[in-house]
Structure formats: C-alpha cells, structure tokens
Design a protein around this ligand. Structure first.
Ligand code: SF4
Length: 351
C-alpha cells in the first residue's frame, strides 16, 4: 500500500470510529448526535475529518430542508423568512450584494420546496415553511497522519497553529496510529498543546485519547495567518495576519456544516468507479465499508480509481441483469448501500 492509499484507508477508519464513538469522553447532554464528513473546510484550509456535534431534535428538523446543502444565499433567505407573507425586501436584511441575487435564491428555494412564495402585483412575497433550526452545536476538525514522523509533524504543526489562531472549529485533533509505546511518539513531536491527539489501532479500529484538546474561542475574532517567516536562522521577517470577525466565522461554520450534512464521509464512491468489474466494498473485521480493488489487491484511492486507471474494466452487461437486487448491477448497488448508510445518520429524511 503506498502512502496516499494508507492515509486514505486510515482516514476512513477514523471517520467510522468517530461515527460510532463520538464524543470520546462522556458529556452532560444525552441528547446529542454526531455527523461525520471528510475533506471539507475553507478555501485556505481543508480538514481530513469533520465531526459535527448536533442537537438531536434540531438535526431531525433540519431534514425538512432536504438532503442537499443550503448555500450561503439560500441560508440568508430561509433563516430570515417571516412567518407571514411579506415583500422580500421588507423582511430580509440587506445581503451586502445586489437584490437580484436574492430573487434568484428565492426562486431556487421555492423550486426546492423549502419556502413559500406568491406574487402581489410586481412584488414577490415570501413566507417560511419551517424555522431553520440551530442544529450544529460544535465543530471538531481532525487532521489524520497515520505515520507521524518528525517531518510530517512539522508540516502538521504549522497547519494546526493556523487552526488554533483562526478558531473556526471548536476543537482540533490529530489522528495517528497507536504505537503501544509507553509514551505515544505524537506527544513528543511539539504539536500545539491546544490540539488533541487520538491514537487509532489499525487492526481493531479502536481509538484512545492520548491528549485532550482545548476548546477554541469560536465566538471571538479569529486571526488568519497569511504568511509566516520560513524559519531560517537569518529570517527576521514578520508574519502577516488578518482578523476575521465572529460573524464571518459563524457564517463560514454554518456553510461547512451544511456541506458536511450533504456529503457525509461515504461520498468517496461519488468520485470513484464502482461500475468497474474490480470494484468492491469490503468490511474489515466487520468494521465499516471501504472500497477494495480486486485487481490491485487492496484499498484504492479516488485518484487511482478513475476512468484513467489502466486496469479499469466496465462491469460486464450480464451482471446488470437477472439477480441483482436493484437495477444497474453491482456498481449501482454499491452506491445505493453507501447512500442508505449516509441517510441513516440524518434522521427525518425520506428514504
Ligand atoms: S481497477 Fe482501477 S478503476 Fe477498477 S476498481 Fe481498481 S482502481 Fe478502480
């Protein structure tokens, strides 16, 4: 298994563990639910794994708005739509961009069935169907590095410093292989003390907390590190920063949460070729489903598993007839299995 493949397999292991076991320490609230997604973040920073700690009841009400994400323009409309009919420019706060984009978002929301609209002469009036719930309680970001040697730790260290200064997530963690040594090597690598360390046992996919994280100040202004000295001994240049307001952070957090709601972590198959005859979904010791390529003899990454793969062969047409439980053969069946599991984590969505 090459490095990229083993990191991908490890990342799926962390996602699956988090889905079953989050939060790692007991909390005061019984009424919590965790949603897990992967490879999400902002333009400047993408996290490997994201865990959303949600209010279970509010998560159920989020389902009213459907399985697809609400982009920022749609969120602006549905979050401020009034209970009774009103002209949209009277009831929505100025968005900070031209109103014609708001009209476009209103039509989109209407088409998706998440907003009521009517014409009153030339005017478009709107009315909400449901209150958009406050469903996200905390956002936890995990950076995965199964083999955390000193050079990987240096790169990871500056990424985590960025996360800590920005405080967009409530907690940041490093996920790494459990070595079983008396002191886990990750603890010796000089990572920021605010970051938690989670060690995952490869064989059983059980994880342990080696270091608890600090809760970051998501409601306070964040500091975005734009540039930093390269660290050479003669480098006396100053780092460059900019401040990010709590409002901007709150909007970004909700956008990330919406994308996580849509994608989950099983979306890997969306960019792979389950219609290849060598594609399978396998469990390891009954733990989670992960892609497996019978031609390569192991877990493949999305980069490998594409139409450009030299070993790609479409599943034979005969596999698509007679005997497959749904139309489309095993490739379509794989997608359906993953989609069913994704939906199971989002209560209230129609099957
Ligand atoms: S042969 Fe290539 S395309 Fe087919 S499952 Fe394996 S990696 Fe994917």
């Amino acid at each position: 298994m090459n490095e990229e493949t083993s990191e991908f397999a490890f990342e799926l292991g962390v996602c699956h563990w988090a889905e079953r076991n989050w939060p790692p320490a007991p909390t005061a609230s019984d009424d919590a639910a965790a949603l897990v997604a992967r490879q999400l973040g902002t333009r400047g920073r993408r996290w490997d794994t994201i865990v959303l700690e949600c209010d279970a009841d509010a998560l159920q009400r989020r389902a009213n708005f459907g399985p697809k994400r609400l982009e920022s323009d749609l969120l602006h409309v549905v979050r401020h739509a009034p209970e009774d009919w009103a002209y949209y420019r009277d009831c929505l706060p100025h968005p900070g961009y031209p109103w014609r984009y708001v009209r476009e978002a209103i039509h989109q929301a209407d088409d998706r069935g998440i907003l009521e609209t009517q014409r009153n002469g030339n005017r478009i009036e709107i009315r909400r169907k449901w209150v958009y719930p406050d469903w996200v309680e905390r956002i936890v970001a995990v950076e995965n590095k199964p083999d955390l040697d000193a050079s990987a730790a240096r790169v990871l260290g500056s990424q985590l410093e960025y996360d800590v200064a920005m405080a967009l997530a409530d907690e940041v963690w490093v996920g790494t292989h459990k070595t079983g040594e008396r002191v886990e090597p990750a603890l010796l690598e000089g990572l920021p003390v605010e970051a938690g360390i989670l060690t995952l046992e490869e064989a059983s996919s059980d994880a342990e907390v080696a270091w608890h994280p600090r809760t970051l100040a998501v409601d306070e202004p964040g500091t975005r590190i734009l540039e930093r000295p390269d660290g050479g001994r003669r480098d006396g240049s100053a780092a460059r920063f900019e401040y990010v307001s709590p409002e901007e952070k709150a909007a970004k957090r909700l956008e990330i949460a919406e994308r996580a709601y849509e994608r989950g972590w099983r979306s890997f198959a969306d960019t792979m070729r389950p219609d290849c005859r060598y594609f399978e979904l396998r469990t390891r010791d009954g733990i989670g489903l992960r892609p497996h390529c019978t031609a390569k003899g192991g877990c493949q990454t999305a980069t490998e598993c594409s139409g450009r793969c030299p070993e790609f062969e479409p599943e034979p047409p005969t596999w698509r007839t007679n005997g497959w439980p749904i139309d489309g053969g095993p490739g379509a069946r794989c997608r359906q299995v993953l989609e069913d599991r994704r939906r199971r984590r989002r209560p209230g969505l129609e099957p």
